[in-house]
Design a protein around this ligand. Sequence first.
Ligand code: AMP
Length: 217
Amino acid sequence: MILIFLGPPGSGKGTQSQIIQHKLKLLHLSTGDMFRKAIQDGTAVGKQAQAYMDRGEYVPDEVVVALIEERIQEPDCKNGFILDGFPRTAPQAEALDALLAKLKRPITHVISFVIDHAKLSGRISGRRVCTVCGRVTHVSEIPASGKFENCSNQNSDCELIQREDDQAEVVEKRLEVYQEQTAPIIEHYRNHSKFFEINADQSANDVTSDVMKVLEG
Ligand code: AMP
């Protein structure tokens, strides 16, 4: 199974990827997470990506495509994966189509998370990420203690931080770049026989159940 999750920043595709990967035993491939890890590890890719990410711009296509081309040919991708945050531009979509055709691995479903853009700034600037397990939440859902009791990964408390690029000044730029470069590629996938739009303006549980319905249907 190869799933593509499309949607603007803050539409919840990362959260849904985290949930669906466990339900369907798929690998969750987030190019944003891959870049953040590369930056943390101080790799050459991380160094190339950092300045773009800090400005809320896209990392150049050739860097992202090379990263994904290598990653999806690794053995742990054999049973299927979810692409979250890739492709984001027309050249990335074309490169992915060509690679999957070469590997004879068709895209199974394309899910587009749809939400009114006026709601995104608030969702993104209120977003917090656990440094331990990577779980994403919103300030309105953090318990009074400031931590979740059960960090999903390691049985320890969550340490919640705000991503640098989730700060208000960068968010506006990210939304603008999304509108210009990524919104048009939804049209690239609209004719796929398993293209579905999901209402992302619901509770995470309701979104998951809509996603599961289309994947099981
Ligand atoms: P995300 O975590 O998906 O919101 O991605 C965070 C940042 O990583 C983006 O704002 C971009 O700077 C960079 N990035 C992630 N995926 C891509 C991609 N497919 N193409 C270009 N840049 C990307």
